[in-house]
Write a protein that binds this ligand. Structure first.
Ligand SMILES: Cc1ncc(COP(=O)(O)O)c(C=O)c1O
Length: 419
């Protein structure tokens, strides 16, 4: 009965749409895949915490900071159904994965790990591939999976390239250039069988797909809260396995390192709002962590929207999007509908993707424009032939979007093609 009353009294999606900040100048936001607009309740909570800090910074630094972070971590851990001591709160997925990369690189450099080759999928986000390449003790090999038709082919491509030198694999859970869901569970299992560490980029997953990190069992899973979960910009997380937790070390050194010892890594330290290890990893002196402190309000808003309802609406909108845009641009389809989410890619004719994005932006449409194999090969001038670098219009259809947003995009796309 209680559940029925709650569902019945839940505001409609159009009522909830009024509870988020949206542009007032007619701009159409079809790029939640980069960042979502913010719910007003989340912003209000952040302003409240900032006022607390502004009026009593001493108390905030020495007492409230730790209390807010403790509560935020506990709420996120409950939402993700993970052990809170394995969960690190960081500004974004870039930083989350850099921690994992740094840890593996350092362990190889120090001889604690004997292998040194990392397999990175050809669908990885450019900056994450660059972070692997920047790790001096590691050798990066790209696994070409962008033209694979099935998940089995993707897993087989990784299996084929794995050998006694492989120390880690890196794969997105949802690939950003084409919006495809990738077979992370099979890859994590394969890695474990071979004694290889698995590093997963889940930037687009929280809020988009149901997530069960414990049963996925990746060694490092980094993700963003400011994309589909609609958190304030500057909120992401890293979840680690026991093996990865043993390798983790601070990248930016502050007070947390002072007292960190092998026997107290999991001991709660109130000042940091987490364990001694979490303090050593996350605490960087006086920096702004308010976006992480409002995780409870972010999750509360998400629960108000309701993940099931949110996903159903995103699916409905992406079907409408495909129907409206496909007479103009060819959408990428996948063999299995489960591989498609609310991030749809349409093939673009030969073009400069920066100019495409700018053209639509000038017409007040925020849209993604991506490339296959973007930067994964290394520096821009090292990237393979242009046929390998197909460009896409990448459209995010979040629950707060409307059919009318898509109609705007359709009309603008027709004009772009005629230009
Ligand atoms: C797959 C993937 N990884 C990493 C990132 C980087 O996200 P952030 O800049 O929030 O760290 C993005 C951003 O769009 C992404 O799509």
């Amino acid at each position: 009965v209680a559940i029925l009353i709650r569902v019945k009294s839940r505001p409609s999606l159009s009522a909830l749409r009024k509870q988020i900040f949206l542009p007032t100048d007619g701009t159409v936001l079809l790029n939640a895949g980069t960042m979502s607009p913010t719910p007003k309740a989340v912003m209000a909570a952040a302003e409240g915490i900032r006022a607390e800090q502004a009026s009593n910074p001493h108390r905030f630094f020495f007492e409230r900071h730790g209390q807010h972070i403790t509560k935020a971590r506990a709420t996120l851990a409950k939402y993700l159904r993970v052990e809170k001591n394995d969960l690190f709160l960081v500004p974004n997925v870039t930083i989350a994965l850099n921690f994992a990369i740094f840890a593996i690189d350092a362990a190889v450099r120090e001889g604690k790990l004997k292998r040194n080759t990392v397999l990175v999928s050809s669908l990885e986000y450019g900056s994450i591939a660059l972070a692997w390449r920047n790790a001096s003790a590691l050798k990066v090999e790209v696994v070409p999976v962008h033209h694979c038709q099935t998940w089995d082919e993707i897993v087989a491509a990784f299996r084929k390239q794995m050998n006694k030198k492989t120390i880690a694999i890196c794969m997105s859970h949802i690939a950003q250039p084409n919006g495809r869901v990738l077979p992370v569970k099979a890859l994590v299992d394969l890695a474990r069988e071979r004694g290889v560490l698995s590093v997963i980029d889940g930037a687009h997953v929280p809020g988009m797909l149901p997530l069960d990190l414990e049963s996925l069992g990746a060694d490092a899973y980094g993700a963003n809260v400011h994309k589909w979960m609609m958190g304030l910009a500057n909120s992401g997380f890293l979840h680690v396995s026991k093996a990865m937790k043993n390798l983790l070390r601070p990248m930016f050194v502050s007070w947390g390192l002072k007292d960190l010892r092998a026997d107290n890594r999991d001991t709660f330290a109130p000042f940091y709002g987490g364990t001694q290890l979490q303090g050593a990893i996350e605490f960087w002196g006086c920096v702004d962590r308010v976006p992480q402190m409002v995780l409870p309000q972010t999750i509360e808003f998400l629960n108000l929207v309701g993940e099931e309802r949110m996903r159903a609406r995103m699916k409905e909108l992406s079907l409408y999007l495909r129907k409206e845009i496909s007479p103009l641009l060819e959408p990428l389809g996948f063999s299995d509908p489960e591989q498609a989410v609310a991030l749809t890619a349409f093939k673009l004719p030969e073009c400069d993707r920066g100019q495409v994005r700018a053209w639509f932006w000038k017409r007040k449409i925020a849209i993604g424009a991506t490339r296959l194999r973007e930067d994964v090969e290394g520096r821009h001038d090292e990237v393979v032939e242009s046929s390998e670098r197909e460009a896409f219009l990448r459209v995010s259809t979040a629950w707060f979007n409307t059919e009318s947003d898509i109609d705007h995009l359709r009309d603008a796309t027709a004009r772009w093609l005629r230009r």
